[in-house]
Design a protein around this ligand. Structure first.
Ligand SMILES: [Cu+2]
Length: 449
């Protein structure tokens, strides 16, 4: 178990720093952010997670939504600007306060560690990456790219598929002593954004590191196979300290996690008459992971008779990110079906806008009017023409922007706003524009608002 070390007093110093930070941040206009929410690191607990649990104080509104630290993807070339890395670009400015004593710390050891994300919407994922501050970083200065070793110590690729609602990366944390900050980045596959979480850690060196992984689970077997599900069971692993849990893999992807005392898992949402491979791995509290169990291949049953069963309604339908003045991005979780989901129909009010494929989980509705509320419905359908019940959500477009259109051969100062392809961008570095430096392709120069 990781323990939490509370911040030491240094109260005077902290308030002086807080005042300076408050004055500094009041110089900037913080744009209201309505981004929807999608996940955070719960173990070792992120700065925002410790705000939610109350171990960090005076955190601002992040206590209600530690899952909302969203900014453009592509760190370190793009992503949140220096000084606003911990707040994912400033929507939660308290998180950018930085001193050796401002934040509670989680004790960890170098070597194998498990990083567990909790997702409120488990979107298709490109990867998770983990960075750590340099050995000689300054814990009393704002976090910048220069604070971090910009080569991630861990990259966990996920190939654009959908993770389970709780997902663990197993990483080797480099050797450090004392207080450091780990930056965990979740890169969403089908949007322009990523989620940025900092974790305040203390390398105590007090516990000898556990580096011995559990034995591999054995005798993995399948039972109760249906057209869309299969039940897996296995024999327990052993470990020098204790088995914390098991991870279930379908092909290369982790599809679920169970506790160390659970020796079975039911896989659902499969497609009929299709072959899948499964394996299970055990892990311990230090994040050591066993070798794979035996792997098994299972073929789901073919449907008998005509298919009359409709897919489930798309779950978790939501508006993703901030709508522009003319577009709204919809996202949902995949429907399941006894045979397979062929596609989704997207309606604006009662009008069919489009049909997308059964593997799509997002669609951007365009051609909308500014400052207008729209109602959208999404239905899943299968190859036999069965259609699910509707999932419905409403969204409101942004006000029409008064910012001028972006143009080449123009001098832009930091903070200047322009419109480009219907979206508003803010200049992050003074420059004179040229053709090929359009805002959409130069994240180092322009921040999508
Ligand atoms: Cu989303």
């Amino acid at each position: 178990m990781n323990t939490i070390q509370m911040p030491q007093s240094g109260v005077k110093k902290f308030f002086a720093l807080a005042l300076i930070m408050a004055l500094a941040s009041s110089l900037f206009v913080i744009a209201p952010q309505t981004s929807s929410a999608h996940g955070y690191v719960e173990g070792p607990a992120s700065r925002a997670a410790l705000c939610k649990s109350g171990q960090n104080q005076n955190c601002g509104s992040i206590v209600w939504e530690p899952q909302s630290l969203e900014a453009p993807k592509g760190f370190p070339a793009a992503g949140p600007v220096d000084g606003k890395i911990a707040s994912a670009n400033g929507a939660f400015p308290e998180l950018d306060q930085q001193s050796a004593t401002r934040w509670a710390k989680v004790n960890i050891n170098s070597g194998p560690n498990a990083f567990t994300w909790k997702f409120t919407a488990n979107h298709r994922t490109t990867n998770w990456k983990y960075y750590i501050t340099k050995p000689n970083w300054n814990p009393n200065a704002p976090l910048t790219r220069n604070s971090f070793d910009l080569t991630p110590f861990c990259t966990d690729n996920y190939n654009g598929t959908q993770p389970p609602t709780t997902y663990t990366s197993n990483c080797n944390v480099p050797a450090r002593t004392g207080y450091h900050v780990i930056l965990a980045v979740w890169e969403i596959h089908d949007t322009v954004n990523a989620f940025y979480n900092v974790i305040d850690v203390n390398f105590s060196g007090s516990n000898p590191a556990d580096t011995q992984p559990p034995t591999a689970p054995s005798a993995l077997a399948a039972s109760g196979t249906t057209t869309t599900s299969v039940s897996l069971s296995w024999n327990a692993s052993t470990d020098n300290v204790g088995v914390s849990g098991y991870r279930i893999f379908q092909g290369a992807n982790q599809i679920g996690t169970v506790s160390g005392s659970t020796l079975n898992y039911t896989v659902t949402g499969l497609t009929a008459n299709t072959t899948y491979n499964f394996a299970v791995r055990a892990f311990d509290a230090a994040g050591n992971v066993s070798a794979n169990s035996n792997s098994i291949s299972v073929t789901t049953l073919a449907p008998s008779g005509p298919d009359t069963q409709a897919p489930t309604a798309p779950g978790g339908l939501h508006v993703m990110g901030a709508p522009t003045s003319s577009s709204i991005m919809l996202m949902w979780n995949p429907s399941t079906d006894n045979v397979g989901v062929t596609g989704y129909r997207i309606y604006q009010g009662s009008n069919l806008v489009t049909t997308v494929s059964g593997t799509a989980t997002s669609y951007t509705v365009t051609g909308l009017n500014p400052s207008t509320t729209y109602s959208f419905s999404v239905y899943a359908f299968d190859a036999a023409g069965n259609q699910s019940a509707a999932s419905t959500v409403s969204g409101t477009t942004a006000a029409a922007s008064t910012a001028p259109a972006w143009a080449p051969n123009t001098a832009y100062a930091v903070g200047a706003k322009v419109t480009y392809n219907g979206a508003v961008y803010e200049c992050r570095q003074a420059h004179t524009s040229i053709v090929s430096w359009e805002p959409a392709t130069t994240p180092a120069l322009w921040l999508l608002k």
